[in-house]
Design a protein around this ligand. Structure first.
Ligand code: ADP
Ligand code: MG
Length: 349
């Protein structure tokens, strides 16, 4: 939309609140038949025939959840939508609408918000979502974005966190740990840049890590895949805070234990090589990193043959009786208690 955000700077006060909302939302086209009324009235109207409605919200604050010095606004808009959709998919549902609320200080020109909405718009197109409303306010400092996603799921398809059973298999999608390492690389480059503004970083060895941090995707495809395979998970959660913490959520809420096998954890080659370079333990990164937005779920053993060999799905362990607790079984065969020391939203407090 905007090639160079420094080329023109239109002050937000020139448009006024209504002019701004209109400007940012005028190009959104409704894609879902359930969207009866989108932006423009006192409330959006959504049609629902027989399905259950899913609602989830995330709040992102500049300086706490994102750093604009290495996060382009377009990517921020995209990611802010994706992290919400991930929660809808983690319920085994389909996301259909979002609302977007922003509070923005007047240090941001209109062009910056255009970039943010360009990212939001791109995510909406990619995932077939309608932007149906929001709220706009000024902030005294920084940028704040709150997105609510709305989705639907057939009553018999919804999957909760608290329904895993002993002996179920524990399955993860994709690979994990890359987004956290991407953040470490970006933060390192930021420190280098602060010392030497002329430095030209060569990030080719980290391209996958950085993409996972700046442009994560939500696993809508997995909801479809599971349905095609005829597998309904017995429990499911998305990985936003690190594998360890998500496993513990399933265990605590389902009142089960778990054995997670270190050797089974799927890692990308860049995660392995960058961990070596940074002198980090890749298992620790996978367990405690975060922001992978992969899905973690349990299935009954009967369903194993249906998922066996699927390149998107890795069995990493199995659930046990609650009394066994949640454990990591190391490559050496040692059992270690899993702890939720992971990355979490309060780490800056
Ligand atoms: P109200 O005063 O009734 O809350 P607003 O003037 O805030 O209405 O909003 C007018 C319309 O624009 C509503 O449909 C609202 O949902 C939508 N809207 C407001 N802010 C945003 C935004 N940041 N992004 C998308 N839609 C927005
Ligand atoms: Mg309002």
């Amino acid at each position: 939309m905007i090639e160079d955000k420094n080329q023109s700077r239109t002050s937000l006060s020139e448009l006024g609140e209504f002019g701004l909302i209109n400007h940012l939302t005028q190009n959104f086209k409704v894609q879902n038949s359930s969207t009866i009324k989108g932006v423009g009235d006192d409330a959006a109207v959504i049609e629902n025939k027989e399905n259950q409605i899913l609602v989830t919200t995330d709040l992102l604050i500049e300086g706490v959840h994102f750093d604009l010095s290495y996060m382009p606004l377009k990517h921020l808009g995209y990611k802010a939508v994706v992290v919400n959709l991930s929660d809808v998919y983690a319920m085994n549902g389909n996301a259909t609408q979002i609302t977007v609320s922003i509070a923005v200080s007047n240090r941001f020109p209109l062009e910056a918000l255009e970039e943010l909405y360009d990212g939001i718009y791109t995510a909406c197109k990619t995932y077939n979502i309608d932007l149906v409303g929001g709220d706009t306010s000024t902030s005294t400092k920084g940028l704040l974005i709150s997105i609510t996603a709305i989705g639907e799921v057939k009553k018999e398809d919804v999957v909760y966190r608290n329904t895993a059973k002993p002996n179920d298999l524990l399955v993860v999608t994709g690979d994990i740990g890359a987004a956290y390492l991407g953040l470490q690389v970006l933060e390192r480059e930021k420190r280098v840049f602060e010392v030497n503004p002329n430095s030209q970083p060569d990030l080719t060895n980290y391209s996958y890590l950085i993409e996972r941090q700046l442009k994560p995707e939500a696993r809508k495809d997995i909801v479809k895949l599971l349905s095609e395979l005829g597998v309904k998970p017995t429990s499911m959660i998305d990985i936003s805070d690190g594998l360890s913490s998500e496993i513990l959520h399933i265990c605590t809420q389902s009142k089960v234990g778990c054995n997670l096998y270190e050797e089974k954890i799927p890692l990308d080659q860049q995660v392995i090589s960058t961990c070596e370079e940074f002198d980090l333990n890749s298992t620790t990164i996978a367990l405690s990193g975060g922001e992978d937005y992969e899905l973690l779920f349990t299935i009954s053993q009967e369903d194993f043959l249906k998922i066996k060999g699927n390149p998107h799905l890795t069995v990493i362990g199995h659930m046990t009786d609650e009394s066994v607790g949640a454990n990591l079984v190391t490559r050496a065969g040692q059992q270690i208690k899993l702890t939720a020391q992971g990355w979490n939203a309060l780490k800056n407090d």
